[in-house]
Structures are given as structure tokens and as C-alpha cells.
Design a protein around this ligand. Sequence first.
Ligand SMILES: Cc1ncc(COP(=O)(O)O)c(C=O)c1O
Length: 282
Amino acid sequence: MTDVDWVSLDGELVPAEDARVSVFDAALLYGAGLFETMRIARRWVVDRDRHLARLESSARTLGLTVPPADRLRDRIEQWRERTQLRDGRVRLTITAGSIAGGSRFEPREPVTLVMGSPRSPAESERFRRGVTAGTTRFDGGSLAGHKTTSYLPWWLASRARRDVEEILLVDTSDSLLEGASSNVFAVIDGVVRTPPVRDRALAGVTRRRLLELADEARWPVQEQPVGLDELRRCDELWLTQSIGGVVPVVKLDGELIGKGAPGPWTLRALELYEGWLSRESS
Ligand SMILES: Cc1ncc(COP(=O)(O)O)c(C=O)c1O
């Protein structure tokens, strides 16, 4: 029995339809806020503390205030207990808060919102069979690398290509950055590569986890730039993201990748990640 119609607003559990955030909130007015989306697998909030660390790090870099990690952890777990969600996603949003009656640069208290949804069978099936992807030129500017509530550039990039299931973002020098909601791994000339993130792309929690697992398994992955021409001729391609884990890409810009089904490297990456997930969540 789950009840995801409940949300946690500043630590109080309320039915979603009763939850209210001020119309003067700086996230609504200026996009001043941060968020994290985490997977729930067998009631376990996957890599929760790494997500909270990333949120804190972005807050520090951007000069935004977020509540302490232990408070956020409690609120996420309290919401999960209330909803009894077993498999799905939980989204944590911290807005900068209301600016009513004061300076627009000095919002009052940040607002913490926790909400989520169950994983649908269709979603699981889509991740299993692999997704289609397309490429587009993109510049995320100074917000690249942060999950802010100013997500419009990523959102518009995805919306512009509704013919594919994920859009891969390429900079003006034709160098691959990330997916609009994922990081990217490609097998090129027999070598597994993923573009470095630095300040140009989100340091994905799943990307980092897979790199660590690959390292433990003595499986070489190179963090190296990937050009658009290399991407187009890759043998295998997969995405990493919290919600899907390791997600094979079967078609890029209308062309089949390999035979149009997950190849051996992709299957190995899936096995590494899924194996870790099932060990940790059991
Ligand atoms: C732009 C972008 N890049 C990469 C990712 C993957 O990050 P993670 O593995 O932490 O979910 C996301 C996830 O939402 C994203 O929005």
C-alpha cells in the first residue's frame, strides 16, 4: 500500500493538494532553488547521502542556503515511511524561500519539499529494452553541473526533440557534454569512455558509482572527451542516471547502435550496477 499523494513540506506531512508554497518564493520568481531526484529500490533511497552532498556542494558554490544534511535525510526517510514506497523516485526540492516584504536577494527561510512517485512497469520495460537518443548543440552556461530549479535550458532541449527518449548535449566544439537527464558512456574503438564533467556537466551520482564499480572490477574506463564524430561511430552507448541506473541506448539520431540491442560492454555495466544495487538494497 503506498500513498504518494502525501508530500513533506518543511518537515510536515500533508496531502499534496493541501501543500502551499508562497507566490513570492524566489524559486518561482527567479528559479532560485536546488533539487535532487533519487531512486527508491526495495525501500532504499539509493545513494541518498551522495545526493545530499552534491546538493550541499552546489549550494556552497552558488551561495544558496540549504538545511543541514541530517535534517534533509530525516525528512526524506519520514516521507518514505509514510508513503511506504517500495520502488520509485523521490524528489527533494529546496527553494530559496519567500522574498515578500524584503530584498529580492535575501529570501527568508528556504522551503523543503519532498515528493515522489512509484516506478511504472512501462518505465522499467523502457529502461530494460534500451532507449533512443538524439544529439543537439547546447550551452548550459554557469548553471551546468548544478541541479537548480532554473532547469529551463535542459527542459527545452528535451522538449524540442520529442522524437527521441533522451537528448545528448554537445558543445559548440562538437564535444559531448551529458544527456539532458543523464551522463553518457560510449565504447569507441574497443575502449569505454565517458566525458569528464568538470564544470561542464553534472557530476552524476550514478556515473561516479559505475566508475568506482568498474575500477573495483579492474575494468578500464577512460574519462576523456568524446567528439560528435566519435559518438556517431561508437560500437555501444549507454546512459547513467539515478532513476534508470545503467540505460542502454539502441539508436542515435535515427541510426542503430551496433545491432540495435545492448552489446557486451553495456551488459557488463548493467550487471555491475544492478549487482551492486541488489546487494545494497537487500
Ligand atoms: C543534466 C543531468 N546530467 C546528468 C544526470 C545524471 O545524474 P545522476 O546519476 O546523479 O542522477 C542528471 C540527472 O537528473 C541530469 O539532470
